[in-house]
Design a binder for this molecule. Structure first.
Ligand SMILES: [Mn+2]
Length: 315
């Protein structure tokens, strides 16, 4: 059964000693959702921590400003913005697979891995659902919570540019602004400022970008060597996946990244009517209509060629 935010709030109200899990290579939505919920539950007097599989970029530090890790014996585990147990990352998967009590998510590809799930596939961000959960919990919003929700919503919509943005997205963002979300700083940190290294990485990536099918498909590659060369790292450069699709005429933008273990992953961004999650399913991945991802264990050439085949079939 798919729970609604009211039912989620009723379950959470009964629980204590809660751990909130984020997805691997945490982004603004999984972190913003986790921290908004954590702050709300702590306001109710509950003991709550959040856990990440990977290091988190320092630009997100304001999300947990003023919070300390609490000491308790964990009794209830919540996953936010996580479609499959694979996406927990290796360490968290090892520890929590099969033991997650509640999943709050907006990926239509959610595999229903948790005991209870609240899945709203039409939400632009998991943070939209978290907003309604907190409202149902009856906790009063403060500026920090509003900033957390706003971060989730703005990052998953590319600052309200992507097609997942709905009237409800703007509505909730408006309420967050009114409740004290620091939208100016968040927008600047998330969408405006880049380091010289990041710009240099973009330059090298664009130089090597290849086009196929009359420029309808663009494939860019980022290697570990390129991170080294520019002094950047993967968690700093999330936004880069949206660049290939920015090209006029491109319907499918693929950004392939080499992982530290030598395997590859790809972010796929599409324009309508092309379904990014359908493309990624051919690789065992998934996601949303216009943004999805997958991993691959073979060589870079094999990965590229398979994309050319799969995308050729849907174009
Ligand atoms: Mn999300």
């Amino acid at each position: 059964m798919n729970l609604n935010p009211k039912q989620v709030a009723a379950i959470l109200a009964e629980q204590d000693n809660i751990t909130i899990l984020t997805h691997f290579h945490p982004d603004g939505d999984t972190l913003g959702s986790a921290l908004a919920l954590l702050r709300a539950l702590r306001k109710m007097g509950k003991k709550v921590n959040f856990v990440n599989n990977d290091p988190v970029h320092r630009k997100y530090a304001y999300l947990w400003k003023g919070l300390k890790k609490q000491d308790f014996e964990e009794k209830f585990v919540v996953a936010v913005d996580i479609a499959t147990e694979e996406l927990l990352g290796d360490a968290l998967k090892e520890q929590y697979a099969g033991k997650i009590d509640l999943s709050i998510d907006h990926h239509p590809s959610n595999t229903m891995f948790a005991k209870d799930t609240c899945l709203e596939g039409e939400s632009a961000a998991a943070a939209e659902i978290i907003y309604y959960v907190i409202k149902e919990l009856g906790v009063e919003f403060d500026g920090d919570m509003a900033s957390c929700i706003y971060t989730g919503i703005s990052t998953d919509t590319g600052c309200f540019k992507f097609r997942n943005t709905t009237a409800r997205t703007f509505y909730i963002a408006g309420i967050m602004k009114e409740l004290g979300a620091d939208t100016e700083t968040i927008n600047e940190v998330m969408f405006e400022i880049k380091t010289r290294g990041e710009l240099e990485l973009e330059r090298i990536m664009l130089e090597g970008m290849d086009y196929y099918f009359d420029d309808k498909l663009a494939i860019a590659v980022i290697t570990q060597d390129m991170y080294k060369q520019t002094g950047t790292s993967e968690d700093e450069c999330e936004y880069i996946a949206s660049i290939p699709r920015q090209v006029a005429g491109v319907y499918v933008g693929v950004t392939i990244r080499e992982r530290t273990n030598g395997t590859y992953k790809a972010s796929v961004r599409t324009k309508p009517p092309i379904d990014a999650s359908e493309i990624c399913r051919a690789f065992g991945g998934g996601g949303h209509m216009n943004a999805a991802g997958c991993r691959f264990d073979g060589t870079l050439e094999e990965f590229k060629n398979k994309f050319i085949t799969v995308v050729g079939e849907v174009l």
